[in-house]
Design a protein around this ligand. Structure first.
Ligand SMILES: Nc1nc2c(ncn2[C@@H]2O[C@H](COP(=O)(O)OP(=O)(O)OP(=O)(O)O)[C@@H](O)[C@H]2O)c(=O)[nH]1
Ligand SMILES: [Mg+2]
Ligand SMILES: [Zn+2]
Length: 296
């Protein structure tokens, strides 16, 4: 039995089994003990056990971790990311709430984010772009293109980076992966027109090498994105548009829920803040307070 320790990177995580890419090729590794938290992008050391299998010996410290958590469970998605690509489209209809939650998760983990509006060939595309205008106005980058057309504008953004694609089912994440890394041959499926939703075609998270250096991680479609693992204060600080006003409220412990002299409310009244943002903050804080009363 070969007992050599090899450095490697986790390239797919499927339930309790995952694949680690090493200098000697990919090794299929099983989870031993409490290792259920290993995700795509993790740097590990593995002990080869022969026949293309291995055992993870050590998980290296992470630069960041993209994860979601509600009151009931914590779900890590991918680690050591340089860019979060939030994929939306005109069809099925995308959730602005979900896009914003993804942006906040990236902000808290210090990961750059880019909103990609796919399916630019569809007639609903300009409306989809317009729905994102309030986020573009606060400095979020929004790029529109079609996975079935020219993807070079996106390709240029991915060079040398490890990028995670997330978004609702049916937005075209796997189609984008196929356009950028054809050897991935990811499965894609028609959306359900009756339900106006995707079909949850991608079932596990996997990392694919890009020709022009860098890696693209495809993930299963999300229905919701809870951020209950963060504190109310962390959530508040994750809104870049709130920053000029934080600390400016009359009460130092202002919850921005109608107290007199609230700087966020005043900024809304003069059109400097988009009211949907404070409502989102309140929903997130309510969710994390509810979760704090429970244990996983
Ligand atoms: N018209 C048009 N259709 C697209 C485009 N990109 C993807 N689609 C279609 O959208 C449907 C869903 O695409 P997928 O790539 O499977 O979507 P996904 O985001 O990976 O979905 P999940 O794996 O379920 O999360 C497929 O029928 C694709 O052919 C595009 O740019 N234009
Ligand atoms: Mg997919
Ligand atoms: Zn306030």
């Amino acid at each position: 039995m070969n007992a050599k320790l090899l450095p490697g990177r986790v390239v797919s995580a499927h339930g309790r089994s995952f694949v680690v890419e090493t200098a000697e090729g990919p090794l299929r590794c099983a989870v031993r003990g409490r290792r259920g938290d290993i995700v795509c992008g993790d740097a590990v050391r593995v002990r080869a056990t022969g026949g293309g299998t291995g055992v993870v010996d050590a998980l290296q410290p992470r630069k960041n971790l993209l994860a979601r958590a509600d009151a009931f469970r914590h779900k890590a998605i991918a680690a050591n990311l340089d860019l979060l690509l939030i994929v939306a489209a005109a069809e099925p209809e995308f959730s602005l709430d979900l896009v914003q939650r993804c942006l906040l998760a990236a902000e808290i983990q210090d990961i750059a984010a880019l909103i990609l509006v796919n399916k630019a060939d569809l007639p609903g595309h300009p409306d989809a772009m317009a729905r994102l205008a309030p986020l573009a106005a606060i400095g979020c980058e929004v790029l529109g293109l079609s996975a079935h057309g020219d993807v070079n504008a996106l390709r240029a953004r991915l060079t040398g980076k490890t990028t995670l694609m997330i978004g609702q089912s049916g937005m075209g994440k796997s189609s984008l992966l196929n356009a950028l890394a054809p050897q991935a041959r990811a499965r894609v499926a028609q959306i359900s027109t009756a339900l106006q939703s995707g079909r949850h075609t991608t079932t596990y998270t996997a990392l694919h090498a890009l020709e022009e250096h860098g890696a693209l991680v495809d993930s299963p479609g999300l229905q919701e994105f809870a951020l209950a693992q963060y504190s109310p204060a962390e959530l508040e600080r994750a809104f870049p548009d709130f920053r000029p006003y934080l600390g400016q409220c009359r009460f130092r412990n202002c919850l921005h829920r109608g107290e007199p002299g609230c700087a966020l409310a005043a900024a809304e009244e003069t059109g400097r803040l988009w009211p949907a943002r404070r409502q989102l903050l309140h929903r997130l804080q309510d969710e994390c307070r509810f979760a704090a009363r429970r244990t996983y």
